[in-house]
Write a protein that binds this ligand. Structure first.
Ligand SMILES: [Zn+2]
Length: 409
């Protein structure tokens, strides 16, 4: 394919995917309804329900602005050959392709992050603040950013260096070797996320003695789940929103409950939420999602190996010669329709898994308690009770509340 045609395809994909996302956001906003569903009537008053509608409106309008900004920025970069220009400006200073690529991506990441900081700031300190969710201090906001930069530079930099080294030294077969490395890396992250990465941002403490611990102990014995793997996280450091999640594989598996969750729920409800998380483990959702992501990675790398040596990709982005980092960007956009489809399939699987974990909690503990917990969680975070089905189909990793309640009956 000629560079002009490649650029045309890249621009078309960018424009269509931007429009598609905005249309979905728009119809989702239009699907708002004034009536409170009977299932959550006891949890909402008119005023609070109106607040949840306003919250969704504010969020969607704000996302129209941020999406438009990012879209115009990347469109400009593509039309005016900005990526190629940056490559030619940096190239004379580096004679090593790995260093050049690291600096190239470093500049792009830092500049785009600096440009979007005002939006992140507004989202946290204005919108979330307005609805009483924000607990992040300016200090936490800044240290989070710095830690994120360091972590991104170390991990992203190491992976990128190895990728480029393998591409240059092995040629088109690099995909198998890098795939094995990436699979090992993801396994490592899966295993050590809660012991190495999460503590950089949050404090994890074992569950304190008391009624909750006794109830959980009783439940854990019944279903044969090791109790020393349950932790409480100081989620209240950043947001009033509550959550719980399962993480890890094998002996490293852990369930993390946010302190915000513990504060707002009864013991029964908390055990039910825990039972849901254990359900993800018992139904083997964790191991399957790991295996599927590995298959995906090998597939992506294989397709990349067919394209990464094509000089025309670099030229399409305004480059004067072939550069792997330019080709990686072009590939990222060209591949995005396919990754959109695999992402969609993953969301469908995830929604199915949520139903299964809910059913597990109902079987082994109490469906009513879980229903109550889900209602509280949804109401407290002012979530959308009537999301548009198309929006759910493309974006939701969890089924909407009313569907989950229906299934739990
Ligand atoms: Zn779940």
């Amino acid at each position: 394919m000629k560079p002009e045609l490649i650029l045309f395809v890249i621009l078309s994909i960018s424009i269509l995917s931007y429009l598609f996302d905005q249309i979905l956001d728009y119809i989702n906003l239009k699907a708002q309804r004034k009536d409170i569903p009977a299932e959550v009537e006891g949890f909402y008053n008119k005023e609070k329900y109106q607040k949840s509608l306003n919250y969704q409106k504010d969020q969607t309008r704000f996302s129209f602005i941020t999406a438009a900004f990012s879209f115009l920025l990347s469109l400009g970069m593509l039309i005016f050959g900005g990526f190629g220009w940056l490559d030619s400006e940096l190239r004379p200073f580096f004679n090593n392709e790995i260093t050049l690529a690291l600096v190239f991506f470093g500049v792009i990441m830092i500049v785009s992050d600096l440009l979007t900081i005002p939006f992140q700031w507004y989202g946290t300190f204005v919108i979330e603040e307005k609805y009483g969710f924000n607990k992040t201090t300016v200090k936490t906001f800044i240290t989070d950013k710095l830690k994120g930069y360091v972590l991104g530079a170390l991990i992203g930099g190491a992976l990128l260096s190895v990728l480029i080294y393998l591409i240059n030294s092995i040629g088109p077969d690099f995909w198998m070797w890098f795939g094995i490395l990436a699979a090992t890396f993801i396994l490592f992250v899966n295993m050590f996320y809660t012991s190495l990465i999460l503590p950089l941002f949050n404090k994890l403490t074992p569950l304190a003695e008391g009624e909750l611990k006794t109830s959980i102990e009783e439940f854990a014995r019944k279903i044969n789940f090791p109790l020393d793997n349950i932790f409480v996280m100081d989620g209240s450091k950043r947001s009033a929103k509550a959550n719980a999640f399962f993480s890890g594989i094998g002996k490293k598996k852990k369930i993390v409950l946010y302190d915000t969750l513990i504060n707002n729920h009864t013991t029964e409800e908390l055990v039910a939420v825990l039972a849901h998380e254990v359900g993800h483990f018992k139904k083997k959702h964790i191991i399957w999602s790991y295996l599927i992501s590995i298959i995906q990675i090998f597939f992506v790398l294989f397709v990349l190996s067919r394209m990464v040596f094509n000089e025309n990709l670099s030229i399409a982005l305004g480059g004067s010669q072939q550069a792997i980092h330019l080709n990686l960007i072009a590939f990222g956009i060209l591949f995005s329709p396919i990754s959109g489809i695999t992402g969609l399939l993953m969301s469908m699987l995830s929604r199915k898994n949520e139903f299964e974990a809910d059913a597990y909690a109902k079987e082994t503990f109490d469906g009513k308690a879980l229903s109550n917990a889900l209602k509280k969680l949804s109401v407290d975070s002012l979530s959308n009770l009537y999301p548009h089905p198309a929006y759910v189909f493309f974006h939701y990793s969890h089924p909407p509340l009313l569907q989950r309640l229906e299934a739990l009956k």
